[in-house]
Structures are given as C-alpha cells and as structure tokens.
Ligand binder design. Structure first.
Ligand code: ZN
Ligand code: ZN
Length: 80
C-alpha cells in the first residue's frame, strides 16, 4: 500500500468515503480510497467525456506522469 501521490508507505486509516475505506498519507496528507479492497475484475479505463464540451474522445497516450491522456474528437482539446 503506497500513497498514489508521493509513493510513501506511511499510510493510516482515515475513516470511510462513500462507504469505502479511506486512507491518508502521513507524508503528504493526501487522502485516497484503498482500491486494493475493491472486489471484482480489473476495471477498464472508464470512458471519459470531454470536460469542455462533453463530447466523445479517444486515447492519446500518456503524459510524463504516465497518466492516460485523451483528445476530444469534437473540440480537439487534450485532457487527462
Ligand atoms: Zn503521499
Ligand atoms: Zn470537447
């Protein structure tokens, strides 16, 4: 279990969020839901609509933090 932000392993419990156990990173204070506890098959990347126009999008590789990037087919904006 690591902090998704700073990769620290100093994690403690922080109650629940929307019914799921939340964790807090002691190093950077970042709070997140422990995804390791969620059951079921591995999830595909959720289909994301463009935050600018709500249009459809396609994947467009990853940025330097290896986050998935998308390009909107309609307005051509790129977002993560
Ligand atoms: Zn952290
Ligand atoms: Zn768009």
């Amino acid at each position: 279990m690591e902090c998704p932000k700073c990769n620290s392993t100093s994690i403690s419990k922080a109650g629940t969020r929307r019914g799921k156990p939340a964790k807090i990173c002691k190093s950077c204070g970042y709070q997140f839901v422990d995804k390791a506890l969620s059951v079921g098959r591995p999830q595909l990347a959720p289909t994301q609509n463009c935050p600018y126009c709500g249009g459809d999008n396609r994947k467009r590789g990853s940025d330097r933090y290896s986050r998935q990037r998308y390009e909107c087919k309609d307005c051509k904006r790129i977002f993560t």
